[in-house]
Design a protein around this ligand. Structure first.
Ligand code: SF4
Length: 168
């Protein structure tokens, strides 16, 4: 992915008005690339980091503003190539009041150890973390597939103890 700059994201899809990728209706950016390869993954076509097409973050920002909904980063795994998402998240937070949810197969504690991934966390409101584990699948869960996955209040957790959101 040498052609991917810090101001672009390789996107496989943008969904408007999704209600399954976080609270409320949201614009969801589906990126290419995931190295977790969870058994039973809902979106294995997203694993190839060369799939989709490269989109400048300015263009994604314009689409997000036009749609006028809160935002979710998903994939694939946004934390695999976090630079473009960090640029987009910063643009969203500095110019709008939208909330940002981010999905990842990595665990929050591990993201903190990686400066580029931690930089993306700094701009996010909520992180849904951890790999999808088929044996822990639970259809009654909201916004996640298996019960090991956590819905984390990122800003509270960055400033102290891990804070999980109690999503109905
Ligand atoms: S982390 Fe998500 S996108 Fe990646 S393999 Fe697991 S379920 Fe699929």
């Amino acid at each position: 992915m040498t052609e991917l700059s810090i101001n672009s994201i390789r996107v496989i899809d943008v969904k408007y008005g999704t209600s399954v990728d976080g609270v409320g209706l949201r614009t969801a950016i589906y990126c290419a690339g995931c190295e977790n390869h969870c058994i039973g993954c809902h979106n294995p076509q997203s694993w190839d980091e060369n799939s989709g097409k490269i989109v400048p973050v300015e263009e994604l920002f314009e689409r997000i503003v036009e749609a006028d909904m809160n935002v979710t980063f998903t994939g694939g795994d946004p934390m695999l190539h976090p630079e473009g998402f960090t640029a987009l998240a910063r643009m969203i937070k500095e110019n709008t009041d939208k909330t940002i949810w981010c999905y990842t197969g990595y665990r929050f504690e591990d993201l903190l150890l990686n400066p580029l991934r931690r930089a993306l966390l700094e701009w996010c409101d909520v992180l849904v973390d951890g790999r999808y584990i088929e044996s822990e699948r639970n259809l009654s869960l909201h916004f996640r597939g298996s019960k090991n996955q956590r819905i984390i209040d990122v800003q509270k957790s960055l400033s102290g103890n891990l804070c999980l959101l109690n999503v109905p």
